[in-house]
Design a protein around this ligand. Structure first.
Ligand SMILES: [Fe+2]
Length: 553
């Protein structure tokens, strides 16, 4: 469908089609060639969608413009929605970023809408950016969503960026999901500290290819935490995204929940509970010197931004209330959690698992029968068996081998049958397989007993001075355990996308979620198992498929 046809079909309401079946194709909006334009203009870019509080009737359109936009707005049919301007000034570069957010409410569930984004000083005002999106269905309806984290940008000028991030975004589009869950470490701005807004711009331009057509719902990772950008360093993240409210004063946008059909989605900020210190960090030997215009003082080598405990329990209390309400609601079948860091990862070269999550949140996941937990952080794919409860005293210190309680998740089965009843246990997926240049698909093995082995952070790894003067480093995880909970690990590539098809179940059939993981074999810069050198690839092929079932109550 051409843009003109889209607009013609939109008519007076913007409604293109109301449907209850699988998502109809909705291609990317017109991609325009870059033309030279005066600085300070209001041309929209980095356009992306998020769900409002009710995904059946509310969507937020967000974007950035190079300069201040005059009358920034979204048009849907005859409706014109004025955008809220929410600028911020990056605390290191001093660059001001102008973001805009239009709350579009009053939509029909399960319907497709066309929209345009423009401003009076939009260089493309004669033919403004246009795209389509689909609202969430109501009731017991089937739908598809996708997930990965750790995306980075296609601009290899930036630390951790890699060409696979373009193909990863295209992969989302190829599956035409209702929405995408982006589980943290979006662009690694904080690893490119003096250029953060430029890194975010490359990220935003890349993911617009999909995120302008369907909501991308993010959670913060350790690389969203930036020096001099707010109390948790999340100013860039929070200013660029408008996310459902959580009702907790002072902590908007950090964690949230939304409901689609029979699924309650819960998005968390695990930075609040993990022991690992992995956010913004001045390695040294030089200081990190913010631009003079910011008024911020230089940061000395060894400085790291550690925010464990920042909500003082508010997030965990909210999680308890949210999960309890979800499980009390007879119309909710599934509870799916996304967060960035991992409760159950056995990556050998990556970060591993974190006792902070296990201690704070796994008991709640058990009590309220959370079905599925999606994480990023380690750049590969790993699936756990369903787990419930933990075994004490199963870990050992990396140094010295003394016993340590890692609260190891206890699998309810170790038979990889391909069908798992999640009323018995929670399945964890590691999906940090987006598009960075650092594949971490190398997994731990206890050579003593042949068991899979996981590293676990049981305490913080605050920076320590190295042998090089003024250069600091943070240690890797301090404990190890036999990872008896690990069911499947992809050793062929660190890149992939998980596709989830929710079947609400018929009157006499139980609800089910079919999960298929597709992977990009050959994309590893170097495969750790074979040593093969690879390059970004658009080819995503099936790695595995399995089914989650939940016998109806
Ligand atoms: Fe991470």
């Amino acid at each position: 469908m051409s843009r003109r046809q889209v607009l013609a079909a939109a008519g007076g309401t913007g409604l293109l089609a109301a449907a209850t079946g699988p998502a109809s194709p909705a291609r990317a909006g017109t991609v325009r060639s870059r033309r030279s334009r005066p600085s300070g203009d209001g041309t929209p870019e980095q356009i992306h969608l998020t769900w409002g509080n009710d995904p059946g009737s509310e969507v937020v359109v967000s974007w950035v413009s190079p300069g201040a936009a005059a009358r920034p707005r979204v048009r849907i049919g005859q409706r014109v929605i004025t955008a809220e301007a929410r600028p911020y000034t990056d605390g290191i570069s001093g660059e001001t970023v102008r973001t805009y957010h239009a709350h579009v409410g009053g939509l029909r569930p399960g319907a497709t809408y066309a929209y345009t984004v423009t401003a009076d000083n939009d260089a493309n005002a004669a033919e403004p950016f246009s795209a389509t999106f689909r609202t969430a269905p109501h009731g017991r309806a089937p739908f598809r969503f996708t997930s990965f984290g750790d995306l980075a940008t296609p601009n290899t000028e930036w630390v951790l960026s890699y060409g696979q991030s373009t193909y990863a975004v295209e992969a989302v589009e190829s599956f035409q999901p209702l929405f995408h869950l982006l589980n943290g470490d979006l662009c690694y701005g904080n690893l490119n500290a003096t250029a953060q807004p430029r890194v975010w711009r490359d990220f935003g331009r890349n993911n617009q290819t999909s995120a302008a057509n369907r909501p991308w719902m993010p959670c913060p990772g350790n690389h969203e935490i930036e020096f001099c950008n707010g109390p948790q360093g999340l100013l860039s993240y929070l200013t660029r995204y408008t996310l459902p409210g959580n009702g907790v004063p002072g902590f908007g946008g950090r964690w949230y929940t939304f409901r689609i059909g029979t699924v309650l989605f819960v998005s968390l900020d695990a930075d609040d509970v993990v022991y690992q210190d992995a956010a913004a960090f001045v390695v040294g030997p030089g200081e990190l010197t913010p631009a003079a215009s910011t008024g911020n003082t230089p940061l000395k080598p060894g400085t790291s931004f550690y925010i464990r405990g920042y909500s003082d329990g508010a997030q965990t209390a909210w999680l308890d209330r949210t999960l309890a309400a979800g499980r009390r609601d007879a119309t909710v079948d599934w509870i799916i959690v996304q967060m960035h860091q991992c409760a159950a990862s056995s990556s050998a070269t990556g970060n591993g698992s974190d006792l902070g999550i296990r201690a704070e949140w796994l008991p709640l996941f058990d009590r309220y029968e959370v079905d599925l937990v999606l994480s990023g952080h380690d750049h590969g794919y790993e699936r756990s068996f369903p787990v419930r409860g933990t075994d004490a005293g199963m870990g050992h210190e990396v140094t010295g081998g003394a016993a340590v309680d890692t609260r190891r998740p206890r699998p309810v089965t170790t038979t990889d049958s391909g069908v798992f009843d999640t009323t018995a246990g929670t399945v964890h997926l590691i999906l940090g397989c987006g598009g960075t240049n650092t594949n971490l698909d190398d997994y731990g093995l206890d050579t003593g007993d042949g068991q899979r082995q996981a590293k676990v952070f049981t305490r913080s790894d605050r920076p320590g001075l190295t042998a090089t003067p003024d250069v600091y480093a943070r240690a890797s995880a301090d404990a190890i355990e036999d990872a008896i909970w690990s069911a499947r690990r992809d050793t062929s590539t660190g890149y992939g996308i998980a596709v989830f098809d929710v079947d609400p179940g018929s009157a006499d059939g139980d609800p089910a979620i079919t999960v298929t993981h597709y992977h990009a074999v050959g994309a590893d810069p170097v495969n750790p198992e074979t040593g093969a050198k690879g390059a970004p690839t658009p080819d995503y092929t099936e790695f595995e498929t399995f089914k989650l079932i939940r016998p109806r109550r």
